[in-house]
Design a protein around this ligand. Structure first.
Ligand code: UD1
Ligand code: UDP
Length: 383
């Protein structure tokens, strides 16, 4: 069958790749679609592991990452990098995912070429300009640029309606993070990583706290306080240990080295590949994180999350009872960890599985909607 439409997907960071991979796979199965993948490589190693796992073939790799990159320099490099590709490829639709610099800038570049934009994971909001920073504004700006809005939940749809987006442009699809998760978590998963297996075997009689932190607004003092609270918890609970796959950002690692460098039962490891990471998530007793994606994965796995942020754009996970917002101050993080480790009832209440983010079919829905949209806009002047 003739490839009648060209759909370009653009992504650059670990979470975008994880959530875009199922969509790329679903589009590749559509006979009428020529699927063109652009990697900005805003991330490098953390992106590559996902691209390899899902066997995604990229048409372009902009290889943009620079260590310690600033938001402005990154923004400039992304737009300069994408612009000539759009001019050359002339896709019928550009798909972006989430709220990173890559997301917003790719949508902006497509708009400058008058190419329609589909936004996956649209409508997440905290209502606070600097929390998370810069993601809240990236999402809002991407909404302003998008023609198709793939909202993961009805709450996200409501946020878009409140901002005046017309209902016929919004589709509630579920979050593609669940599509990736269900395809990757295995019941009897064997960890191939020798270092990780060794840590798990040596601590099989202890409770595992999985830690990840990377938000820009948490760099410096907030992270210091989170880590100090955790170190105190370890000192008081000898049956616990921590695995911390550290984000590659050097600004995160400098605080880690300062506060946690000498802690005995905290295992500081390199970021895990997605497959071992989600299978480790499934084995953890509790999770301490400022990640967005992990808040979506945890309810499906029934893993309590203490979210070390002041706001969340994922209220569904809080309503499901799996995620508790605990801020970043030492006393509150310490008290919340203590409660969860000592009160069985509270722990059990949070450790219920729930699926507020979908059934694993979001990417198939998105592919169907994309085809319908392209069929209907054929021969129409959309400008
Ligand atoms: C970015 C996104 C954030 C998302 C996060 C997911 C923006 C502004 N931020 O934040 O929304 O939650 O990704 O992890 O888009 N680095 C490496 N190797 C890698 C990845 C990063 O060395 O594979 C280091 C580099 O020094 C880089 C730094 O981390 O400069 C920060 O990367 P960047 O993408 O700018 O910001 P993140 O904090 O990762
Ligand atoms: N993740 C991973 N390896 C790790 C830590 C996280 O593969 O060592 C995955 C995790 O399962 C989730 C995603 O990365 O799907 C979340 O990415 P991150 O926390 O970096 O970004 P956010 O979701 O906050 O934008």
């Amino acid at each position: 069958m003739e490839k009648r439409f060209k759909v370009m997907t653009v992504f650059g960071t670990r979470p975008e790749a994880i959530k875009m991979a199922p969509v790329v796979k679903a589009l590749e199965r559509q006979e009428s679609i020529d699927c063109c993948v652009i990697l900005t490589a805003q991330h490098r190693e953390m992106l590559d592991q996902v691209v390899d796992l899902f066997q995604i073939k990229a048409s372009y790799d902009l290889n943009l990452m620079k260590h310690g990159q600033t938001l402005s320099s990154l923004t400039a490099r992304v737009i300069e990098g994408i612009d000539p590709i759009l001019a050359e490829e002339k896709p019928d639709l550009v798909l972006v995912q989430g709220d990173t610099s890559t997301t917003f800038v790719a949508a902006l570049a497509a708009f400058y070429h008058r190419i329609p934009v589909g936004h996956i994971e649209a409508g997440l909001r905290t209502g606070k300009k600097y929390s998370p920073w810069p993601e809240e504004i990236n999402r809002k700006l991407t909404t302003g640029l998008a023609d198709l809005h793939f909202a993961p939940t009805t709450l996200a749809k409501d946020n878009l309606l409140r901002e005046g987006i017309s209902p016929e442009k919004i589709y509630v699809t579920g979050n593609t993070v669940i599509d990736a998760l269900l395809a990757t978590v295995k019941k009897e998963y064997e960890f191939a990583d020798q270092n990780l297996s060794k840590i798990l075997n040596a601590n099989s009689d202890k409770r595992l706290i999985l830690l990840t932190t990377h938000r820009r607004e948490n760099l410096g003092e907030p992270m210091r306080q989170i880590y100090q609270a955790l170190a105190q918890i370890l000192a008081e609970h000898s049956d616990t240990y921590v695995i911390f796959p550290m984000h590659k950002n050097p600004a995160v690692r400098s605080v880690v080295a300062e506060v946690l460098g000498k802690e005995q039962r905290i295992h500081l490891i390199e970021p895990l590949d997605y497959e071992p990471f989600v299978n480790l998530l499934a084995r953890a007793d509790l999770i301490l994180t400022d990640s967005g994606g992990i808040q979506e994965e945890a309810p499906s796995l029934g893993k309590p999350v203490l979210c070390v942020r002041d706001t969340t754009e994922r209220p569904e996970a809080v309503a499901a009872g799996t995620v508790l917002l605990v801020g970043t101050e030492y006393q509150r993080v310490y008290a919340s960890l203590t409660k969860l480790l000592t009160d069985r009832q509270i722990y059990q209440k949070m450790a219920q599985t729930a699926n507020p983010y979908g059934d694993g079919l979001a990417s198939l829905r998105i592919a169907d909607i994309v085809i319908d949209y392209l069929e209907n806009s054929k021969n129409k002047n959309i400008y």
